[in-house]
Design a protein around this ligand. Structure first.
Ligand SMILES: [Zn+2]
Length: 184
């Protein structure tokens, strides 16, 4: 299967910042995408390609352009990478946003299970998002789409669960295990 990884945000507007390392969503997730590509060597039936969003005038145009690229590549599924943030440091946990289609839900549930096992943070569940924040990413491409928020960058718990190299690699592997669970 062909798994398209879409890095959330873009180089110009990089999203939330995790205060422990100063890394933005864009930077942290660009590296996570690289780890997913590396770990994919252990999954010979999964081909991974990373796609970056680039400013396109409007938000909608930016999202449509990157998902058109995943369609053109022939993606069987897409996974957009983010991390959460909140003004309260107490907000914590793992969640996945799904379009609500059968295949998106299957992938979302597998991702949620695998990410919970990897990071051991609070289970915030799979959320079907048909409008509002993140929804455009879930409905713009042809392939089943999901958007992951593995942790809160603003939370000490989220930071501690993801600040070591082996933890980040386990998260990368979780994405591939979930694709295998859902589609192979
Ligand atoms: Zn984000």
């Amino acid at each position: 299967m062909k798994l398209a990884i879409v890095v959330g945000h873009n180089a110009r507007a990089q999203g939330a910042v995790r205060p422990d390392t100063g890394e933005t969503e864009f930077r942290w997730n660009s590296h996570l995408a690289q780890l997913i590509e590396e770990e994919a060597r252990l999954f010979p039936r999964i081909t991974v390609e990373t796609f970056f969003r680039t400013p396109a005038g409007t938000y909608r145009a930016e999202i449509e352009r990157v998902y058109r690229a995943t369609d053109d590549w022939g993606a069987d599924a897409t996974c957009e990478l983010h991390f959460n943030s909140h003004t309260s440091r107490a907000a914590t946990g793992t969640e996945v946003l799904s379009s609500g289609s059968e295949a998106s839900l299957r992938f979302s549930i597998a991702l949620q299970d695998r990410m919970l096992a990897a990071l051991k943070l609070k289970d915030r569940g799979v959320k079907v998002r048909r409008s509002g924040r993140g929804s455009e990413s879930l409905i713009s491409g042809r392939a089943p789409a999901v958007l992951i928020e593995p942790f809160f960058g603003s939370s000490p718990k989220g930071q501690q669960a993801t600040d070591e190299a082996h933890e980040k690699r386990a998260l990368a592997r979780a994405a591939l295990l979930a694709a295998q669970d859902a589609f192979l």
